[in-house]
Design a protein around this ligand. Sequence first.
Ligand code: CO
Ligand code: CO
Ligand code: CO
Length: 314
Amino acid sequence: MELGQVLEALPPLTDPRVLVGAGTGDDAAVYRIAPDRALVATVDFFTPIVDDPTAYGAIAAANALSDVYAMGATPLFALSIVGFPRDKLDTGLLAKIVAGGAAKLAEAGVPVVGGHSVDDNEPKFGYAVTGEVHPDRIITNQGAQPGDLLFLTKPLGSGLVATAIKRGLCPEHLVETAIAVMSELNQAGSLAMLEAGAHAATDVTGFGLLGHLRNFGVGAEIDSRAVPYMFGVRELASVDMFPSGSRRNHAALAGEVDWSGLPEDEQLLLSDAQTSGGLLVAIPPAAADSFRAALPKAVAIGVVTADRRLRVRP
Ligand code: CO
Ligand code: CO
Ligand code: CO
């Protein structure tokens, strides 16, 4: 059983103020506090995925904010979560992690208002972020309509990069690209999708592109050749640098995706577990051009279909 499923095995929620809770695989919880106001709450932390402590902090911040942006909400403030081996590592490293995170949150206009730290064998860092949204304007992972265009706002491959870094085998240019991609805020994408009247959205993280697409609960046809990857990631795929999470994602999709004979490394690329990935957004066709104009980096990778099947075109 996935650990997340254990966490979600709670008694069913009956409180009408909980607009989005655990169990739908959505990005953040949403709780109504007034007819026209709801709070959005999410928490995310992880072990270091890059060696540069400042970049690690920035990526953790962008990743934690991302779940708020994916719901079309505005982040308000953050609490930091820290695990750190104070007897093994210089606390100067932690200062750099914290500073990197705070700078990224400041870029988003989000103050860090507190936090909690524990002594831990392995560093862990992240945030609990609280945001705000109008209850009628929440964008969840449900609601995509047949004919909607599926857009992805960041290139894939961070799972492969993280593994290559751990093994000391990642080319420096790719480390730099991945840091830039992972520390980029999904704020602009969130504003653009709200403007375009997106029907559904999520950020692409641990379940990979197709795992998160499956959570939309609709059929879709993905054009594998349209899916963007960071430059150099295919070389890592060809030497099998996939993390175990990507393999688990791929195995979990067995029988649920029609791969149309796509080679296995391409299937694994589409299943690669991401950190601080981009938004996957379902945009009504009439708004596709204006969405593209507002967010030139967004790439159309497929279309929502009327059946429940997930299909990948080679
Ligand atoms: Co998410
Ligand atoms: Co999350
Ligand atoms: Co969402």
